[in-house]
Design a protein around this ligand. Structure first.
Ligand SMILES: [Zn+2]
Length: 429
């Protein structure tokens, strides 16, 4: 063969490869720029910019359709719709493509069933927002697609902005490559860790009653010691954000969550100082905080349909923490009694995850204790360790849990328990 045709062929191959690489790059990964701005007037503005024009952009997390009410497009002609799969999306009424779009947001607290609150307001004007709420796919969400989100938070110059292990004033930029989760971004007057709790960055709402703030400051090291002694230690500095907001419809309560390395504890509604005097407020709070600490150590997203595994274990670990003190031992016994009753009577799957989860975790603990004195913690140590070494993107959490349970109890016990649990969930349908 002559040299020239070979060169032509090689050039052709190179050009072809370049096109394939471009096509793959364009189809496999998408860059989205998300810019959040808090103005001097406390307005919250959000702008998306896509690498190339899109006909629509689809949200990844869709617990409900509240973006349709809470997000106002800054430019006429845009709207938020809902597709056949109940996913919210942004598009233009005239069907034309667009490369950027901006909204004004409502930064108040809403409790979303099965998802984190988008905004967690602090009474000193600070706000923590959840980036997962704002993740969007150019056009449609395809699981094979890789996303790179470049977030920028802008605020007035004297405002602190904190994310895990990064902070700034006035502006902060970072990237997130996971489409399915997110992190909490604190924006406000606090620079974190003012009380200096070792090993944790804490942001405490100044409107939380002093006793509650002090309680959190003293319990936090004790909780870290408790869990460090029983489960694989944390490999990072966790962030605890404890906030409080009023409500105008009489609702009150608390909600917590753990996202990656961050824990949120939010109290809302009726004046806290009054509730503080209510029966068991201190014990309830301690249980709630210990439960969330357990999630911090559980370190991961677990099976949602078998949520009893991590919720029940978190309940059980909270109980063990409270049982250490004679002051809260009676309260713990009441919680177990209540859980047994709720487990027998409840029809709500979420309530079953918690109540039956505690009852079943107690049974597992008792069975493990016949051989290993650290009981359920022993199983969880193995489980977290195994999950950290897991290479599959979507491991079968439930199967792994039962497998390890069988190893530390007996095959017969694990099989019998699995049948009891399946029967309980079947009864809900
Ligand atoms: Zn929980």
């Amino acid at each position: 063969m002559h040299k020239k045709p070979i060169l032509v062929v090689l050039l052709g191959v190179a050009v072809g490869l370049w096109f394939v690489a471009q096509w793959l790059h364009g189809n496999r990964s998408a860059m989205v720029t998300v810019e959040m701005t808090r103005t001097e007037q406390q307005q919250w503005l959000l702008e998306y910019t896509f690498a190339k024009p899109v006909q629509q952009a689809t949200f990844i997390r869709n617990p409900d359709s509240s973006r349709q009410q809470r997000w106002q497009p800054l430019e006429a002609g845009f709207y938020i719709g809902r597709d056949a799969e109940q996913r919210e999306f942004i598009a233009r009424a005239d069907g034309q493509p667009f490369q950027s779009v901006a909204f004004q947001l409502t930064p108040t607290y809403v409790s979303l069933r099965k998802d984190y609150a988008p905004f967690m307001p602090f009474s000193d004007g600070g706000v923590a927002w959840f980036t997962g709420r704002f993740k969007i796919c150019p056009e449609h969400c395809q699981s094979a697609m890789q996303f790179v989100y470049t977030f920028t938070m802008r605020a007035p110059e004297d405002v602190h902005i904190l994310i895990p292990e990064q902070q700034g004033m006035g502006a902060l930029s970072w990237q997130e490559t996971s489409a399915t989760d997110g992190s909490l971004v604190y924006v406000g007057p606090q620079q974190g860790n003012s009380e200096g709790v070792r090993g944790v960055t804490t942001l405490l709402d100044p409107q939380l009653p002093t006793s509650l703030q002090q309680g959190l400051a003293t319990e936090t090291p004790a909780l870290l010691n408790f869990f460090n002694a029983r489960l694989p230690s944390l490999t990072y500095t966790p962030m605890v954000l404890a906030s409080y907001s009023t409500t105008d419809d009489g609702r009150y309560g608390y909600q917590g969550g753990v996202v990656n390395q961050q824990m949120t504890l939010h109290w809302y509604g009726a004046v806290l100082s009054e509730r503080l005097r209510g029966a068991y407020f201190v014990e309830d709070t301690l249980w709630f905080v210990a439960h969330e600490f357990a999630h911090l150590y559980q370190a991961g997203q677990f099976s949602q349909d078998q949520a009893w595994i991590h919720e029940g274990a978190a309940e059980f670990m909270a109980a063990r923490y409270l049982q250490q003190s004679p002051l809260t031992a009676d309260y713990t016994e009441l919680r177990f009694q209540q859980a047994r009753q709720d487990c027998a009577e409840e029809h709500d799957p979420i309530a079953v995850h918690y109540a039956c989860g505690l009852v079943w975790s107690e049974r597992i603990d008792a069975e493990i204790r016949k051989r290993h004195e650290s009981g359920l913690f022993f199983l969880w140590y193995m489980y977290i360790d195994a999950l950290q070494q897991e290479t599959s993107a979507q491991p079968d959490y439930t199967e792994l849990y039962y497998k390890l349970m069988g190893e530390v109890t007996s095959e017969a016990f694990a099989t019998e328990l699995e049948e009891t649990i399946s029967a309980r969930y079947r009864a809900l349908q």
